[in-house]
Write a protein that binds this ligand. Structure first.
Ligand SMILES: [Zn+2]
Ligand SMILES: [Zn+2]
Length: 349
């Protein structure tokens, strides 16, 4: 069926709370000055959305019920007043936020920590309205021939580019990535591009195979034996130079710190449930000089880098996108991810 702008309503997924996702008919949005409305061609599921779906809340979802979904690409349907360089029919992709450039943190060049960061949700719908600030700073025109589902990886890849850049990985480092979900796998791919050696710890054999496809040098199935011992055996008992935690569970944060060598760096990248706490051996932390850091989200400069990486075809989307489903089956998509049977799922409205 042909979809046209004359339709007054559209299908939208609205998130009401834990495991409560409803497909509703809502009015097709129209852009305010400086905004655009994009017809979504592909939306991707995201581990953050899965966490929200299961936990019922997330920093990116301030009120309920909420539009949902933030990884997508599509075609401009309508442009608001004052938008001069874009027009209907253009294929585009956007990130899911943009900073204010005025607050204390923006002035510190820590744009991802912006006090006024507003998140775009609503990609799990036929149309999405994009705020002016994102149109200005984080919207990219997609050249012909680039598949929507590849370029829709822009936002998560920007987070990972940010993670890799901030961690500071040297070519001769040995890096452990814990977690073989989409974020862990993107870390594997980008870290291999730096030349470092990568060990991946995961629990699904088929996801560990995906890690191998992205160039992982060693994979460890954490369900078999003692994975921390296994890592020590691979590193002459020292532990790895750099660890990336891409799971988001307190016990895995503790494991990440444990397998880092003296003087090594651990990037606790996976966000845990609000109120979570971890136990840290303070003696080891101090006397072994472990550097513990966390990286959240992405400033626009890393979105730009991620866009270039995707245009160059350096991240094969077929490794990450394991399934395709119609948008109506969004809840099934999350259930499938939760059962560890899918990486990313591409949804078509
Ligand atoms: Zn995401
Ligand atoms: Zn700001």
């Amino acid at each position: 069926m042909e979809r046209t702008m004359t339709l007054a309503t559209m299908k939208t997924a609205l998130f009401y709370g834990a495991r409560d996702l409803r497909m509703e008919e809502t009015p097709i949005p129209h852009p305010k000055p400086g905004e655009v409305v994009i017809r979504v061609e592909t939306a991707l599921t995201c581990g953050t959305d899965l966490k929200t779906y299961v936990r019922g809340t997330h920093k990116m979802i301030p009120t309920l019920p909420s539009p949902f979904g933030h990884e997508y690409a599509g075609v401009i349907a309508e442009v608001g007043r004052g938008v001069t360089e874009l027009e209907p029919g253009m294929p585009v992709v956007t990130a899911n936020s943009a900073p204010c450039n005025q607050c204390y943190f923006c002035r510190l060049e820590r744009h991802n920590l912006c006090e006024n960061l507003r998140f775009l949700n609503g990609a799990y719908a036929e149309y999405v309205r994009v705020p002016k600030r994102i149109v200005r700073q984080n919207l990219y025109r997609v050249p012909p021939g680039v598949p929507f589902e590849r370029i829709a990886l822009l936002e998560p890849l920007a987070c990972v580019v940010h993670g890799v850049e901030r961690t500071g990985i040297a070519m001769d480092d040995r890096v452990a990535v814990i977690g073989a979900g989409p974020i862990g796998l993107m870390f594997v791919r980008l870290i291999k591009m730096t030349g470092a050696d990568v060990i991946v710890l995961g629990r699904s054999p088929w996801k560990l195979d995906a890690a191998r496809r992205y160039g992982a040098d060693h994979v460890i199935d954490v369900t078999a034996g003692d994975p921390e011992k296994h890592v020590r055996e691979l590193t002459d008992g020292r532990g790895v130079d750099v660890v990336i935690e891409a799971v988001g569970l307190p016990e895995i944060w503790e494991r990440a710190i444990n397998i880092t060598r003296r003087g090594g760096t651990v990037n606790l990248f996976g966000g845990c449930r609000k109120g979570s706490e971890v136990r840290i051996d303070t003696h080891k932390l101090h006397y072994e000089e472990k550097r513990i850091m966390s990286v959240f989200h992405h400033p626009p400069r890393y979105v730009a880098m991620a866009f270039d990486i995707l245009l160059r075809g350096e991240v094969d989307e077929s490794v990450l996108i394991s399934d395709h489903l119609p948008l109506e089956r969004l809840a099934d998509a999350f259930e499938k991810m939760e059962r560890r049977e899918a990486l990313k799922i591409a949804l078509t409205p």
